[in-house]
Design a protein around this ligand. Structure first.
Ligand SMILES: NC(=O)c1ccc[n+]([C@@H]2O[C@H](COP(=O)([O-])OP(=O)(O)OC[C@H]3O[C@@H](n4cnc5c(N)ncnc54)[C@H](OP(=O)(O)O)[C@@H]3O)[C@@H](O)[C@H]2O)c1
Length: 240
């Protein structure tokens, strides 16, 4: 199904990659920026790259115009500017649209990058708090490197994408993840569980820096195994 997708901060590393990937998949994509001129310039850049892969072309708009028309908006701005950005846009979101957080809360620590634990349980919860109730919220793409997403010659990214959020929003985002070759969506549960993928990323980035390898990603294993025995054990332990 063709949807209008806006990538807010789509001029940057991760956002630009998502713009390219969704455009190659045939979706209608808008690059959002705080500045009109920058949005148009990066849309030109994207369209130059896309020539080789698809006839589909992207548009550039300021963020608050983009969210007025988008069915799904991806928030790809740096931490900790996520809530301020959403607050600045909240009057403009299209009725019934979906907002997807990609935000990773991490800062420089003594031993490399370290996660920041949100007082709201997760950054996705923080975003839910400042987003109008007619917009459904989800989170995804925390654990995939922008370099891999941008590289259209790398057909398969080979990574799992943990998707958290409100039920209907999560379903749509999982469909969108499947459009990108090599990515497999994993249902990560409600918005509060978004803390799980949010805190994994510093581990990946620290390895990229120290081992000079990457871009790294996560993969959940043995999803095809039957687990009746394990389920019995979880029941005995009162976990379910
Ligand atoms: N990079 C990755 O590999 C990666 C992977 C997973 C998740 N993430 C998450 O994705 C988000 C974006 O990461 P990134 O590396 O793509 O970021 P980035 O390139 O540093 O910035 C993305 C865009 O955000 C906008 N921006 C910059 N400062 C801002 C501010 N103070 N307020 C509002 N907008 C601002 C800019 O767009 P305009 O100037 O055009 O408005 C910029 O091009 C982050 O939260 C990060 O944790 C990144």
């Amino acid at each position: 199904m063709k949807r209008k997708i806006a990538v807010l901060g789509g001029t940057g590393d991760l956002g630009f990659g998502l713009v390219l990937r969704f455009a190659v998949a045939g979706e209608e994509v808008i690059i959002g920026s705080r500045k009109q001129e920058k949005a148009l310039r990066r849309a030109n850049d994207a369209n130059e790259i896309l020539k080789k892969y698809t006839k589909n072309r992207v548009k550039g708009m300021v963020n608050n115009e983009a969210v007025k028309v988008a069915d799904v908006s991806f928030l790809t701005v740096p931490y900790p500017y996520h809530t301020k950005t959403v607050e600045g846009l909240k009057e403009n979101f299209k009725e019934g649209s979906i907002l997807v957080s990609t935000i990773v809360p991490m800062v420089k620590g003594k031993y490399g990058l370290k996660p920041v634990l949100s007082k709201e349980g997760s950054v996705a919860n923080e975003i839910r708090k400042v987003t109008p109730t007619h917009v459904r919220v989800a989170s995804a793409f925390h654990n995939v490197g922008a370099a891999a997403v941008q590289d259209l010659n790398r057909r398969e990214i080979n990574c799992d994408i943990i998707v958290c959020g409100e039920k209907e929003a999560k379903k749509v985002v999982m469909e969108l993840v499947r459009l990108i070759p090599g990515l497999r969506p994993i249902d990560g549960g409600p918005l509060e569980n978004s803390v799980i993928p949010e805190v994994i990323t510093p581990l990946l980035v620290n390895h990229v820096i120290t081992l000079k390898t990457g871009p790294l990603g996560v993969k959940i294993t043995n999803l095809n195994f039957t687990a009746e025995k394990l389920i019995e054990i979880y029941k005995e332990k009162g976990l379910i």
